[in-house]
Design a binder for this molecule. Structure first.
Ligand code: FE2
Ligand code: FE2
Length: 220
């Protein structure tokens, strides 16, 4: 990978997302989170590209830019659904500027466009690289940082024991369903299952500990 290309891409993302800092309802941390998440997605994309044997740099660049569509302030739910397609539009001239060929730009943009709801507003091919953008995004969303975040936002420690248990049961059922999902590459499917299994283990242990926190278990 060329260091200059990676640095320029990260810089471009920062410039495009800078207005997020002004949005009163989301603020600075939301912008930082988006950048940090994009870089984590790029690291996952890199691992997939290396293990699957396709172009590492293009995959990393597309992953860094996958959420650049957040540069547009969303007011409607529809805008959020469109952020992949908006992102492809924003990324396209920049990717050409980096010197990528028309075909290369098309593949990267297609990956960015379909990463939210699997739909693009232009024709493209579902290559392993294009599919990896959304796959890496999903894998990051199931990793430990987001698990911590979920518990934090839920204010888990302040829930009643009954609600803590209900949260675990619901989460475990959802994870079991999600585990069956197939991804664009064997590596992505493996990474996904690895994250799911970690969560199943963690939430499973949490659930068991909660059961031990009431008298009911002793009376069984
Ligand atoms: Fe996204
Ligand atoms: Fe994302």
């Amino acid at each position: 990978m060329r260091e200059e290309i990676i640095r320029r891409t990260e810089q471009f993302l920062r410039e495009k997302l800078a207005p997020m800092e002004q949005y009163e309802d989301i603020g600075r941390r939301a912008m930082d989170y988006r950048i940090e998440h994009s870089l984590r997605v790029a690291n996952i994309g890199r691992e997939i590209a290396l293990r699957e044997g396709f172009d590492e740099e293009k995959c990393v660049v597309a992953c860094i830019l996958h959420d650049v569509g957040y540069a547009i302030k969303y007011t409607e739910r529809e805008d959020f659904r469109n952020h992949g397609r908006y992102g492809a539009e924003i990324a396209r001239p920049f990717l050409s500027e980096l010197g990528y060929s028309e075909l290369e730009v098309a593949e990267m943009c297609y990956g960015i466009a379909i990463h939210v709801d699997d739909k693009a507003d232009f024709e493209g091919e579902r290559t392993p690289l294009a599919l990896t953008v959304g796959d890496a995004d999903n894998i990051d969303r199931l990793d430990v940082y987001r698990l911590y975040e979920n518990l934090h936002f839920k204010d888990y420690v302040n829930l009643s024991i009954k609600d803590q248990k209900a949260y675990c049961d619901k989460h475990l059922a959802g994870l079991t369903r999600l585990r069956a999902m197939e991804f664009g590459t064997v590596t992505a499917t493996e990474l996904w299952r690895e994250k799911i299994d970690y969560r199943l283990g963690f939430i499973g242990k949490l659930n068991a500990q909660i059961e031990n926190s009431s008298i009911d278990k002793l009376l069984r």
